[in-house]
Ligand binder design. Structure first.
Ligand SMILES: CSCCC(=O)C(=O)COP(=O)(O)O
Ligand SMILES: [Mg+2]
Length: 228
C-alpha cells in the first residue's frame, strides 16, 4: 500500500498560473532591475549574486550595465539561473510589500493544501524561484498567508529540477524515504527525475492544455483530482 507522508510541490504551472509568473512577476523584475541595482548594487548580498551571474556567463570582467542587460535577456529567455532568481526575489519583495500584486493560486489549491496538512502530511515547495521568492509568494498569495502550511522550501541551490540527484537531496533533507513522498509538477522532465529518485509523481495538466495520449505519470487536471 502506498503511504504518502510528504508532498513536494512546484509553483509555476502547478499551484499557480504560468501567466502570473511570466506576465506579472517577470516584467516587474525586468523593469525594476536597473533601478534596483543602482540603489542596492553595493550591498554584499546583491554583489554576491551579480558576481555569480557574471561567472555563470563566463565573464571575467563586465560593467554593471552589461550585467543588467544580460540579466534582462535571461528574464526574457526564462533562464533558470540561481543568481537571476535570487535577484528577482529581492525585487519582487518590494512589489508584494507595496501591494502591486498578490500571488496567483488556482482556486482549489489553498483548501487542498490545508486538508493535506490537517491530515498530517508535511508540505514542501521545490521551485526554480529562490527560497525567499517562494516564501513571499505564499505569504502574499490571493488566498492569504499560506506559509504556516509549509515545513520547508527548496530552490536550485539544491540542484536543477530536471536532475535526479536534486530529489535525493530533498528526500535526505526532509528525512523521508522517497517512496513516501509525492512530487507535483507540470513539467514531465522534472517528474521523470523525481521518479528516478523513487518519488511518487503527480503531473498537473491544467486546462486548456491538451491531455496526453498515454501520460507517463499519474496526471491530474487540478489538486482536487489528486488521490493519495
Ligand atoms: C517563486 S515564484 C517565481 C517562480 C519562478 O521564478 C520560476 O521560474 C518558476 O519556476 P517553477 O520551478 O516554479 O516552475
Ligand atoms: Mg512548473
Amino acid at each position: 500500500m502506498i503511504e504518502i507522508r510528504a508532498i513536494v510541490t512546484d509553483i509555476e504551472g502547478t499551484t499557480s498560473s504560468i501567466s502570473f509568473v511570466r506576465d506579472v512577476l517577470f516584467p516587474y523584475a525586468r523593469k525594476r532591475l536597473p533601478a534596483f541595482i543602482e540603489t542596492h548594487g553595493d550591498k554584499p548580498e546583491v554583489q554576491h549574486w551579480l558576481h555569480e551571474a557574471a561567472e555563470e556567463a563566463g565573464l571575467v570582467e563586465a560593467s554593471r550595465q552589461y550585467i543588467i542587460e544580460l540579466l534582462q535577456q535571461w528574464i526574457d529567455e526564462d533562464r533558470k539561473s540561481t543568481a537571476l532568481k535570487a535577484l528577482q526575489g529581492m525585487i519582487w519583495k518590494e512589489g508584494y510589500a507595496a501591494g502591486d500584486y498578490r500571488a496567483h493560486l488556482y482556486p482549489e489549491v489553498a483548501a487542498r493544501l490545508r486538508e493535506w496538512r490537517a491530515d498530517g502530511l508535511r508540505l514542501y515547495v521545490y521551485s526554480s524561484g529562490s527560497v525567499p521568492a517562494q516564501q513571499l509568494f505564499f505569504r502574499y498569495s490571493e488566498a492569504g498567508d499560506l506559509t504556516p502550511l509549509f515545513a520547508g522550501y527548496f530552490d536550485t541551490e539544491t540542484g536543477p529540477k530536471r536532475e535526479t540527484e536534486s530529489y535525493r537531496r530533498i528526500a535526505a533533507a526532509i528525512d523521508e524515504q522517497p517512496r513516501h513522498i509525492l512530487f507535483l509538477s507540470d513539467i514531465v522532465e522534472e517528474l521523470d527525475a523525481a521518479q528516478a529518485a523513487g518519488f511518487h509523481t503527480g503531473w498537473l495538466i491544467r486546462e486548456p492544455l491538451p491531455w496526453p495520449g498515454e501520460p507517463r505519470h499519474r496526471a491530474f487536471r487540478d489538486f482536487d483530482a489528486i488521490t493519495l
